[in-house]
Design a protein around this ligand. Structure first.
Ligand SMILES: NC(=O)c1ccc[n+]([C@@H]2O[C@H](COP(=O)([O-])OP(=O)(O)OC[C@H]3O[C@@H](n4cnc5c(N)ncnc54)[C@H](O)[C@@H]3O)[C@@H](O)[C@H]2O)c1
Length: 273
């Protein structure tokens, strides 16, 4: 645990996307709570409620309620609740994505219309729709953060429609940064390297992707949710007051390399267990 220095003292905000203690959102919540932030969490459904409740207790966070980002009424209910409880918020974290697992393998060309639209709705539009509500409570400015992946910039095997969605999400960050800049609200993304989470386990050959990153990134390892949390702390605190519209890579430097490292072993596909 980081030594508390109170970087987030007096700041309140909403974090969406904790499913369990392996979630990137949990790593972010931990880093913010350690620095004195007051945090509200949501859970997607009843199955996740019982996982989120003990984590909220551990973090000293409060559970604002159920929120399915595909349902405007449930998003509105969260913001009515926050408006009543706090009146104002300073930050918002969007760590939400979904696509049908059956289409996160094989070729992109086979993406169905239904899954294309629902992936864009849950993984892209939801950031804009929640940001529109969050900005109303950011009366003294604020910071918004979403999570993306290198598959937005370059083709990654099996990432398929999610890569297209992340490209649109990164474009949304830039448009929202301009829309909200004059309200002193900053909008950024972290492009995280691969981490074994619930969502990631839906991506084909994920263990192979992890190994490949480990062998070929400049730091010769993958990243942790704690490390993403520390970078999120920078982007959500006043430490990054002059930063907006940015996609910040927290990936052991993987995005800088163009080819297999000379000392990396040739690896065959390691199948998920
Ligand atoms: N794990 C990785 O390798 C990796 C790398 C880069 C970016 N990301 C991104 O990080 C974010 C968080 O994912 P994670 O890897 O921590 O996995 P995770 O499974 O822990 O989190 C995904 C979250 O999305 C939520 N969600 C899905 N559909 C929802 C809906 N309709 N309404 C509300 N919530 C919904 C789930 O409840 C879950 O909490 C995602 O945007 C993901 O694409 C992950």
């Amino acid at each position: 645990m980081t030594q508390m220095s109170g970087l987030m003292k007096g700041k309140r905000g909403l974090i969406m996307g904790i499913a369990n203690n392996r979630s990137i959102a949990y790593g972010i919540a931990k880093a913010l709570a350690d620095q004195g932030a007051e945090i509200a969490l949501t859970y997607q459904n009843d199955a996740l409620k019982k996982r989120v409740a003990p984590l909220a207790e551990e973090l000293g966070a409060y559970v604002a309620g159920h929120c399915d980002v595909g349902n405007d009424e449930s998003v509105d209910a969260i913001f009515d609740h926050l408006s009543e409880k706090w009146g104002r918020i300073d930050f918002f974290v969007h760590a939400v994505a979904y696509s049908n697992k059956a289409e996160l393998t094989g070729r992109y060309i086979h993406t169905s219309r239904d899954n294309f639209l629902s992936t864009m709705d849950i993984s892209v539009y939801s950031f804009t729709s929640v940001a529109a509500r969050a900005q109303r409570l950011m009366s003294e400015g604020g910071s918004m953060l979403t999570l993306t992946y290198y598959g937005a910039e370059k083709v990654m095997p099996h990432y398929n429609v999610m890569g297209v969605a992340k490209a649109a999400l990164e474009a949304s960050v830039r448009y929202l940064a301009v829309d909200l800049g004059n309200q002193k609200i900053r909008v950024n993304a972290i492009s995280a390297g691969p981490i074994k989470t619930l969502a990631a386990s839906g991506i084909g050959d994920f263990r192979y992707i992890l190994k490949w990153n480990e062998y070929n990134s400049p730091l010769k390892r993958t990243v942790t949710t704690d490390e993403v949390g520390q970078s999120a702390l920078y982007l959500l605190s006043d430490m990054s007051k002059g930063v907006t519209g940015e996609v910040h890579h927290v990936d052991s430097g993987y995005h800088t390399v163009g080819m297999k490292a000379v000392d990396a072993p040739d690896i065959s596909v390691v199948k998920d267990e």
